[in-house]
Design a protein around this ligand. Structure first.
Ligand code: EPU
Length: 421
């Protein structure tokens, strides 16, 4: 398994371009199951999760081809198969996004129930409740969920759960409702930019969706969807990770293809830490040359601080001048990075869903283990500034969600190399 060797120290300088968003591209790819004709997607990142989704769609009869520049073409060729098997769903939970499109278009979906994962319990009860509201029969069979419906019928539903809205749950119901008879209203819908991007894509295919990006999404069913051409939004989590990379290394990084309106809470928190984030001539510049102030931060659904940047922020706050408090409200067990950062000298005190981060003067390089995608990014960030060498093992996690991260960091001056086992 590949790892990264990082020698801490260099200040990052230069420009880096964010790739298209993984979490926008995945449901949009799944949505092509609904479409007649070819879809052309631009800025689809080259990532392991994207390859997994392309593999799943292939099995579901969708021909997927791609160019080196990130353009992907998808076209449904065969509608016989309706099954997303355990080996795929286990590897990538976003596979569950084929459920809504399969049910709406092929009247049947057999999707393996995702089990637990490194960031905690990840139930799909809200997805299933949404499908039932649209009129689907839902049956559990040996670890798979079988959903069937003659024709889905629009309905009103409240899609909030104990931890707030659901991103892929909203996406799934929205996709299914595009071909339902009549009007569907989703209350407590997820407002994440990736949901809005999916709605924009579906509308370009002929769907009638309004309110995406707000907690109330209204979908008026149509008879059919065609393919379209669409550019995936920039990856806000990648942009945020590079902002933190600039800050932790006391550097100055120009962020290309960045959308600050998708990062309002992140910019707010980072500015409180003392990071400069400026918009100059259409470009976003993140820099830091001063001490880091401690802060309090709580992860929340959009537009709150994203859980997908919690681990990376912890690496930065580990070096702040005082005690910070991080509370995880989306995935209360998403703290696998705590033990690994502690191996590098971070002083972290975990109490339930909260970690008190006692700032230290320096981190020290160590062999550490990546446990999930964002935790891995946090370890890489810590390695950029740690004294000595950090070896991050099992970086296949990071390859799932960050396109060429070591090449992008090296181009900014980081001393990082991939080692192959
Ligand atoms: N939840 C339920 N029932 C459900 C669905 C979710 O209780 O049926 C709970 C979850 O357990 C969690 C909360 O609701 O406590 C929010 O989960 P959500 O459904 O929004 O997460 P998701 O759709 O499975 C997406 C991203 C994640 C990101 C979360 C939160 C994709 C493919 N994945 O997951 O991304 O952390 O939203 O923003 O869009 C990542 O990229 O590293 C990643 C994990």
């Amino acid at each position: 398994m590949d790892g990264f060797l990082i020698n801490g120290g260099p200040r990052l300088r230069g420009s880096v371009r964010s790739s298209g968003a993984k979490n926008a591209a995945l449901p949009i790819m799944a949505a092509t199951i609904l479409c007649e004709g070819e879809t052309v997607l631009h800025d689809v990142p080259h990532l392991a999760d994207i390859e997994s989704m392309a593999g799943l769609l292939n099995r579901l009869g969708v021909a997927v081809t791609r160019d080196a520049d990130g353009t992907m073409r998808l076209r449904v060729e065969d509608e016989m198969n309706c099954q997303a098997e355990y080996d795929l769903v286990r590897k990538m939970r976003a596979s569950v996004c084929v459920m809504g499109p399969l049910l709406a278009k092929r009247r049947k979906a057999l999707v393996s129930m995702p089990g637990g994962c490194a960031i905690g319990d990840r139930p799909i009860d809200l997805h299933l409740m949404g499908m039932q509201k649209l009129g689907a029969d839902v049956e559990l069979q040996a670890g798979d969920v079988l959903l069937r419906a003659k024709r889905l019928v629009g309905a009103e539903m409240f899609l909030g759960g104990a931890f707030g809205s659901t991103v892929t749950g909203t996406a799934n119901v929205m996709m299914a409702a595009t071909l339902s008879k009549g009007r569907t209203v989703i209350e407590a819908a997820a407002c994440e930019p990736e949901v809005t991007d999916l709605a924009d894509f579906l509308n370009a295919c002929g769907a009638r969706i309004t309110g995406a990006g707000t907690p109330r999404v209204v979908i008026d069913g149509v008879e059919g969807l065609t393919g379209c051409e669409h550019t995936v939004i920039p990856d806000r989590i990648e942009t945020g990770t590079f902002m933190i990379a600039a800050a932790i290394s006391n550097g100055e990084v120009v962020l290309e293809n960045a959308r600050l309106e998708h990062l309002l809470a992140v910019v707010d928190r980072l500015r409180h830490v003392g990071v400069n984030i400026e918009k100059d001539d259409g470009k976003v510049v993140a820099s830091s040359s001063r001490r880091l102030e401690p802060i309090t931060v709580t992860t929340q659904p959009f537009p709150g601080f994203p859980t997908d940047l919690q681990a990376q922020l912890m690496s930065l706050l580990a070096l702040a001048d005082g005690n910070s408090i991080i509370t995880e409200k989306i995935f209360p067990d998403r703290f696998m990075h705590v033990a690994e950062l502690s191996r590098m000298g971070a002083r972290l005190h975990k109490e339930g869903p909260t970690v008190i981060v006692e700032g230290v003067k320096r981190l020290i390089g160590a062999p550490v283990m990546a446990s999930d995608l964002r935790a891995s990014a946090a370890l890489v960030l810590a390695g950029l500034i740690a004294k000595g060498t950090t070896r991050v093992n099992r970086v296949y996690h990071i390859d799932r969600g960050y396109e060429k991260i070591e090449q992008k960091l090296a181009a900014l001056g980081a001393d990082i190399q991939r080692i192959r086992d």
